[in-house]
Ligand binder design. Structure first.
Ligand SMILES: [Zn+2]
Length: 253
C-alpha cells in the first residue's frame, strides 16, 4: 500500500516517528510520500528518506502559508528539488476556503512553483479547495510533468479534465465517511489507472477512527472502501497503484 500524502514530519507525528513508522509497516504500508510544508520539515524528511527507501519526499509552499515565505526559502526550495529523494513539488495550489492569502498572491505562488517543477521535470502535488476553475486553468496552461490532486472532492467532470492533463486523483479518509456525499459515486466512475489513496495524516482520519489523530496505519480503511466501490480485490488495487506510482515518477530514477 502506498500513502501518497502524509505529513509525518509535522510536529505531532514526528515526535513519535518510530512508533508511527513501525505501525505503518505492520499495517502493510510499503511506501510513504512525505509532504513537507516548510524548509525545516524538508530537512527532516530528506534525512528519513536517505535512511529508508520506504520514503519519498515532496517539498512546496502551501497556498495558505505563502505570506510567510522569504526569499531564502525560495532558494532552499530550488536546492531541495535537486535531491533525488525529492520526487515531487508540493503541496501547492489554491485555497479559497479560508482566503487568508489574497487570490492573486496564491496564483502567483502556485504558478512560480509549477515553473520550478518544470525546470527539474518533476510532478506536482495539488491542493485545490473551493478553487476548481482557477486551479484547472493554471494546470492547463503550466503543468508539464503530471501530478496528483490530493484529497479530491470535486466532480467527475473536473476529475476527468485533470486526468486528461496527466494528473492522478487521490482520495483519503473522507471516502469512508458516512456523509461522504458524492465522492464514492465520483470515484466509481474514474479509471483505477488514475487513482491513488492517501491519509493526509494527521488530518482526516478514516471511519471508524474519525476524531483521532490520523496516521499511515489507518490507510487500510480507505483501501477497503475503495475496493468495495470499485469491486476489485485489495491485491489488484495495490498492484495497480504501485504501477500508477511507478509511471508517474518513472522519469526520475
Ligand atoms: Zn496535505
Amino acid at each position: 500500500m502506498i500513502d501518497t500524502h502524509a505529513h509525518i514530519v509535522c510536529k505531532e507525528l514526528y515526535e513519535r516517528k518510530e512508533e508511527v513508522i513501525a505501525q505503518a509497516k505492520e499495517a502493510g504500508v510499503s511506501k510513504i510520500l512525505i509532504i513537507c510544508t516548510s524548509i525545516q520539515e524538508a530537512k527532516l524528511a530528506i534525512a528519513l528518506a536517505k535512511e529508508d527507501t520506504m520514503f519519498d519526499v515532496a517539498v512546496g509552499f502551501h497556498p495558505c502559508d505563502l505570506l510567510d515565505v522569504q526569499a531564502d526559502d525560495w532558494l532552499m526550495l530550488e536546492e531541495f528539488l535537486q535531491e533525488k529523494e525529492v520526487v515531487a513539488l508540493g503541496e501547492i495550489g489554491l485555497d479559497y476556503h479560508w482566503q487568508t492569502v489574497e487570490k492573486d498572491i496564491q496564483k502567483e505562488g502556485f504558478i512560480r512553483q509549477i515553473q520550478l517543477a518544470n525546470k527539474v521535470q518533476k510532478p506536482i502535488l495539488i491542493h485545490m479547495r473551493e478553487a476548481t476553475q482557477d486551479t484547472m486553468a493554471i494546470l492547463k496552461e503550466y503543468a508539464q510533468y503530471g501530478g496528483i490532486i490530493h484529497c479530491f472532492s470535486g466532480s467527475v467532470e473536473t476529475a476527468k479534465e485533470a486526468i486528461a492533463l496527466g494528473m492522478y486523483i487521490s482520495v483519503g479518509g473522507p471516502l469512508t465517511f458516512k456523509n461522504a456525499r458524492g465522492l464514492p459515486e465520483v470515484v466509481a466512475q474514474l479509471p483505477i489507472t488514475s487513482l491513488f489513496i492517501e491519509t493526509d495524516c494527521p488530518y482526516l482520519t478514516p471511519h471508524p477512527h474519525r476524531g483521532k489523530q490520523n496516521e499511515p496505519k489507518y490507510l487500510p480503511y480507505t483501501l477497503a472502501r475503495l475496493c468495495e466501490i470499485k469491486q476489485m480485490s485489495e491485491e489488484d488495487v495495490k498492484v495497480q497503484m504501485r504501477k500508477n506510482y511507478e509511471k508517474l515518477f518513472s522519469s526520475l530514477s
